[in-house]
Design a protein around this ligand. Structure first.
Ligand code: CS2
Ligand code: MG
Length: 408
């Protein structure tokens, strides 16, 4: 069996998805996702200029050797662009393999460990009152778990994950359009004074059963993160996410000495080497990598297996920028993983998105039910894709009041 060609599509309804389609001499094709949010043209170029020319003629069933060829053969290894690019190839080859076996992907991993996988939504508000309304909205939709982010009184501009418009409680996604980033100003002291009591008021209002998650989004120093985590312990969070930048994996040791709050880290990681110390030293409770950024299914499955040895559960990243292809691959891993934790679930879910990526994965009552169709269980409509083109965007940039460049 041979790979005969591959195509890359950049664009989509409201997001620049990077979609890869690999064709074979037996007519079976595979789909993969290389979406690197706000840097989408880079994995696309890596695929078109370097990887695809080296794919043609190979046997698509040899996904491990192809992964090793692109990882070791690149000489300069890792990084989000490379790992997103050949992660898409890996995803597509698993799609082909499962279609050849006439099985849904989870069967190749070891079958189902659960019927439904719990998901969480992003409750948001420009102030605490709005946030409470947003939480109620998602509870009415059947969610058992919500991430909660709200505006901080007096914060100059950079509250993470909130809409600037009061009453906009369902979608905080600012328009990342344009390559010049918006600059925002952050004040950690204001956040640390306000957020613990806001979280306590949310717990008091919604009772003990709601799973409450909160994303600090890399904004605190290790000592501040330890102080914050200790103060919010009575809230009994499902997890506290990215409390401090985890480039310094040792920073979490200090936090762990001061608090038992469950910690979730990993959405910015692109390889096992970014997180193996966090996992082996049991410094985190959830690993947040995603299939489209961390080298595809083959590599993420290695991370999941290492995590399972150390009581660390999965909490795959699933932000609005994530393609339905990535979410489908994660739905199969979530159905299989013995150490599944929770899935972030924010695919746009618009009619346009469903038309571009027809799929029978199902989200109902705060749970995702994986498709039983052969392969990934998602298709890609190339005629629909012609409606979209790349639009440059950039994440906001955050500074402290004195101008110091900080973490978005
Ligand atoms: C956030 C992300 O979903 C999350 O947990 O941290 O939405 C993050 O802000 C974006 O993925 C950045 O592109
Ligand atoms: Mg996050």
């Amino acid at each position: 069996m041979k790979i005969t060609g591959a195509k890359v599509f950049v664009g989509g309804p409201g997001k620049n998805y990077v979609t890869l389609k690999i064709m074979t001499d037996q007519g079976v094709y595979g789909l993969g996702d290389a979406t690197l949010n706000n840097r989408e043209t880079l994995p696309a170029a890596y695929l078109q200029d370097y990887l695809i020319p080296n794919l043609i003629g190979r046997d698509p069933r040899n996904s491990e050797d192809i992964w090793q060829f692109f990882y070791r053969g690149a000489y300069f290894r890792r990084g989000p662009i490379a790992m997103a690019a050949f992660g898409a190839i890996d995803m597509a080859l698993w799609d082909i393999k499962a279609k050849l076996a006439d099985m849904p992907l989870f069967q190749l991993f070891g079958g189902k460990s659960r019927e439904g996988a719990m998901v969480y939504a992003h409750a948001t508000g420009s102030d605490l009152e709005d946030l409470m309304d947003s939480i109620s909205y998602y509870q009415e939709q059947g969610y058992k778990a919500v991430r909660v982010q709200c505006g901080i009184p007096g914060m100059p501009t950079a509250c993470y994950g909130v809409s600037e418009t009061k009453g906009d409680v369902k979608n905080y996604i600012t328009d990342f359009r344009g390559i010049i980033p918006k600059e925002e100003v952050w004040d950690s002291a204001l956040y640390m004074r306000y957020m613990p009591q806001a979280l306590a008021r949310i717990r008091e209002r919604f009772g003990p059963d709601l799973h409450i998650l909160h994303d600090v989004h890399h904004r605190l120093l290790p000592r501040e993160a330890a102080e914050f985590a200790k103060e919010v312990e009575p809230v009994r969070l499902f997890w506290l996410e990215d409390p401090t930048p985890a480039d310094d994996q040792d920073a979490l040791k200090f936090l762990r000495q001061h608090s038992t709050v469950p910690i979730a880290i990993g959405e910015v990681f692109n390889s096992i080497w970014d997180c193996h110390e966090l996992i082996q030293n049991e410094l985190i409770d959830y690993i947040r990598v995603c299939v489209s950024l961390a080298g595809g299914i083959t590599h993420v499955k290695r991370i999941v297996d290492l995590a399972a040895m150390h009581h660390v559960r999965t909490g795959f990243h699933g932000a609005p920028s994530h393609s339905p292809l990535c979410m489908a691959a994660q739905a199969h891993l979530n159905a299989w993983a013995p150490n599944f934790g929770i899935q972030e679930y924010l695919v746009l879910g618009t009619p346009e998105c469903d038309a571009l990526f027809p799929s029978d994965h199902r989200m109902e009552g705060g749970m995702v039910y994986v498709s039983d169709a052969p392969g990934l269980g998602v298709d890609f409509d190339e005629s629909e894709a012609e409606r979209y083109s790349y639009k440059p965007g950039s994440h906001p940039v955050v500074r402290l009041e004195d101008g110091t460049l900080w973490n978005y």
